[in-house]
Design a protein around this ligand. Sequence first.
Ligand SMILES: C[S@@+](CC[C@H](N)C(=O)[O-])C[C@H]1O[C@@H](n2cnc3c(N)ncnc32)[C@H](O)[C@@H]1O
Length: 194
Amino acid sequence: MKYLKQMLAHNKKRSLFGNYVQQSWASLWVIEQMLSAHKPDRIAELGSGNGLLSTYLWAYTQMEMPSHMIKPGFMTIDVDLSKSKSTLYPAKKADIYAKETVQKILNFLGNGTRPFLLVDGLDPKSAEVNLYAPDLKSGTVIFAHDCILEGSTGAVKKWLFPESQIDWKHVRRLEPYYSMGVELDTRMLALERV
Ligand SMILES: C[S@@+](CC[C@H](N)C(=O)[O-])C[C@H]1O[C@@H](n2cnc3c(N)ncnc32)[C@H](O)[C@@H]1O
């Protein structure tokens, strides 16, 4: 019992590879379901933070991509890399909104056959989706963090963005991950480039 309590207390800290992970278990679970079904060969993350999700996504590409394939299959960018807990993955110091960054990310993802873009930089993240989505190739999977549904009640933080901020010309909801995200309250908006 003592050990179970200790373990549960530790679980509340939500660590991955021994370090605090910002995404909830529910988010990680939905991401894992999507990764194992879609098997993306190019993953880009906007906003590395402390890099625990980056480490997880990087590890996925290392497991999935045989050595003869083009590497790296993963990249992550952040304006401040000092928070990063790992040097395993390729991280670049860059501004998500800079023209050359947008082009780099688009080229990187464009060279894949099953690209995945994780949007988690500056708030509101809908602006990042709207900036990148028009030039992504059709079928690109996009997960944008910190989305709330229209009409949500309760403590709506100013950094959460409503779905109405998304430009639906370029993307549609990606099922079943969209509904999984809603039901598990992950705030992770699952989209696909049309
Ligand atoms: C919510 S954190 C990312 C969390 C990470 N994706 C995870 O799941 O662990 C957001 C990060 O975006 C970075 N950021 C904010 N504005 C940015 C910008 N314009 N360009 C690049 N990175 C930015 C911040 O420095 C911060 O580390």
